[in-house]
Each structure stands twice: as C-alpha cells, then as structure tokens.
Design a protein around this ligand. Structure first.
Ligand SMILES: Cc1ncc(COP(=O)(O)O)c(C=O)c1O
Length: 375
C-alpha cells in the first residue's frame, strides 16, 4: 500500500528532536521556529512530558468513556485554573476540526438555529460543517456546501452588527479566531470581538472562540480572544494542548448545559491524551511559559520591525507573521536550506513563526542573526 499523497513535502527525513531543535537523518540540526505547525508548545521531548506519558502507559493507556476516568477531571481542574475559566465545562476530543464541529453542533442544539457567521480568511478545519465555515473553496467538497454559513469581513464590527440586525434570530453561532493563523496572522481587534459579544448577547447566539492555533498560551494569554476582556461562550483548543499528542478540547460556559448523549467520541479524553495535556499544563505553569511567550514575542516582533527588508509584522506572543520585500519572497526556503531554520507559511507568502513557548533568548537571537545574514 502507498500513502495517499496529499502533502507537498520538504525533502527532509526527521529523526529526533529536543527542545527547540530537530535533527534529520543526515544528522543536520535545525531550529524549529514552526513548532511542527504551532503544536509543540513546551518543547520537543520535554522530560516531564515524556515521563508522564510513559508512566501513564505503564498503568493504563486506554479505556472508553463508559467508565470513570479520574484523570479527565484532573485535566479539567488544571485547565480551569491555568486558563482562568474554572466554571467552564470540558468536552474532550481529538483534533481541532472535531472541537469546532462539536462547538457549532452544541450552539445549534442550544439555540435551535442553523445559521453560522464565519469570516473571510478564517480556517476552522476540514470536516463537514467547519470546512464549510472555512474561507477556502478548494477544500470544500460539494457534499460540504451549505447555505447555513454567512461569511463576513474580519475585523469589521459594522458588518457583524448589520448581519445581526437583518437575521439575528436565525444565528446559532459566530465562530472566529482570536488571531487568524492560516489566513496570514491577523489579530482580531478589541472592538470587533466586543461587538460579537454584544450581538450574541442581544440575540441569544453563541460566541465560539476558535483557539485551536492561537490558544493554549501562545499569544501570552491562555486564549488570544481574552486580550479584549470579552469572554466567549465556547473556546475550542487543540494544537498546543498535547505538545504533539493528538488531543483537543471544547471549553463550554456554564449556561450551556450538557444533555446525555448530545456529544460523544471513542478516543476523546483517553488516559494517555489526558496525561499528555496535563504534562503540558504543568510545564506551562512551572516554567511560566505564557509570560515567556509574551516577552519573547515582543522581542521578536520589535526586532523584525527594525529590519528594512521586512515590510509588515503582525501577531501577539509567539504567533507572529511577517512579509518581505519581493526580492526575498523565497526567504522561507533559504532559511530552511541555507540556515537550517524551520518556519511556517500562510496566505500571500506570509512567513509564520510558531515556535515552542519555551523559546529562549539565545534561540531567538540565533534566528534573528541567521535571518539577517541571508538579507
Ligand atoms: C484556527 C484553526 N482551527 C482549526 C484547525 C483544524 O485543526 P485540525 O487540523 O487539528 O483538525 C486549524 C488547523 O490548522 C486551525 O489553525
């Protein structure tokens, strides 16, 4: 059997990793400023993480959600504390798409409505309803097409207000990233998120904060949306949650009650996934990684703003996007092949930096030094 060939690959075979560094099969070392696509939150093969997953595997790796699994409540309690949402409820699943799918389903169950507001340039995943809510016609199969989604311009609070005025009674949910990732690192403005909150309150709709990429401390706060002080009804999370172990979650406000059988999953919340997610939270707390993300993010953003060949810098914490003058449009490939530095890409040739939240000053300087040398 061959692999179903859907990914354009770099010709690199990854063999091992530690902290912010990875090594290929030729023994070449790379600085990982991409975090395996915003997934590596506490650093590759972080010792406490490895130990906690290994110890859990020695005890019990899996049992289904038909019995008590106390580690799930342990995770919910820790997540409530670290995220500042102790009164929210946690539903565990396996991927970002699944978290968003469940969030929208829950909003529809709760309101009895069908319409969802989503935004241009947004990305919410590749499954049925969330791919329809993703502004990329190329990944929407005919079977996913639906007229339940209303696309509005991002950061345009008037468009949100007008839409609610016209059809607010039909809106089940608004889904929005706190910082658009795939769309090119665009930070949602305070007034935009506050107006979403106000409209959802006025019309009884559900505010879904897609925190799959921008959440779990990456922006310097647990949820990027919370920089505005306008809390969401539901936060979805995935990428950084398990530092590479597939685990995702839906944080649900107390006014959205659970009904037996409403949501469900086979693998979601399995003990190994919970051990991975707990290890991540413990390291985030112990090493104050949210504060580190804020400080290192400010440092990188400021340094990039002072490089003449960089034409735009956006982001918050360690979720940064920048654009280059046209002569350096191939900078990502050069960073990788000439300097051994992984970065990410986004729409319109934006370079994305999504390193581990434990990135050190030395590693940030290593990146800046080698980047400047290529210019
Ligand atoms: C903001 C956002 N939401 C949802 C997803 C989908 O997550 P997953 O690939 O785990 O399904 C992604 C993935 O990149 C994302 O960036």
């Amino acid at each position: 059997m061959n692999l179903f060939n859907v990914y354009p690959l770099q010709n690199i075979t990854m063999e091992r990793a530690a902290g912010a560094w990875v090594w290929d099969s030729q023994g070449r070392q790379y600085l990982d400023m991409y975090g395996g696509h915003a997934v590596i939150s506490i650093g590759h093969t972080q010792p406490h993480y490895v130990q906690r997953i290994t110890a859990q595997l020695d005890k019990i790796g899996f049992y289904s959600n038909s019995v008590h699994l106390p580690i799930q409540q342990e995770l919910a309690t820790a997540l409530g504390r670290v995220s500042g949402k102790p009164d929210y409820q946690l539903f565990l699943c396996n991927s970002g798409a699944e978290a968003n799918e469940n969030a929208l389903k829950l909003a529809s169950f709760h309101t009895g409505r069908k319409k969802i507001i989503a935004f241009y340039r947004g990305f919410h995943g590749r499954t049925s309803l969330v791919v329809a809510a993703t502004d990329n016609p190329k990944i929407i199969a005919p079977v996913n097409e639906t007229d339940h989604i209303i696309f509005l311009p991002f950061n345009n609070e008037n468009a949100v207000r007008e839409c609610f005025k016209a059809q607010g009674e039909q809106i089940a949910a608004v889904i929005v990233e706190g910082i658009q990732g795939v769309g090119g690192i665009h930070v949602a403005s305070d007034v935009f998120l506050q107006s979403i909150r106000a409209c959802c309150d006025a019309y009884g709709s559900v505010f879904v904060a897609d925190s799959v990429q921008c959440g779990y401390g990456r922006s310097g706060r647990f949820f990027a949306h919370d920089w505005t002080g306008a809390p969401a009804d539901i936060y979805t999370m995935a990428k950084g949650m398990g530092n590479g172990f597939p685990v995702a979650g839906v944080c649900i406000a107390p006014h959205l009650p659970a009904v037996m059988g409403m949501l469900g999953t086979t693998f979601g919340g399995n003990p190994l996934a919970c051990a991975a997610a707990l290890a991540v939270l413990e390291v985030i707390e112990d090493q104050q990684l949210m504060a580190n993300a804020a400080v290192m993010g400010d440092y990188l953003i400021h340094a990039l703003q002072n490089i003449p060949e960089v034409t735009a810098v956006r982001g918050r914490g360690l979720m940064i996007g920048f654009e280059m003058v046209p002569e350096h449009s191939n900078i990502r490939q050069r960073l990788l092949h000439e300097a051994g530095i992984f970065t990410g890409e986004a729409k319109n040739n934006v370079v994305r930096l999504l390193p581990s939240l434990a990135l050190s000053q030395t590693e940030a300087d290593y990146f800046l030094h080698h980047f400047k040398q290529l210019l």
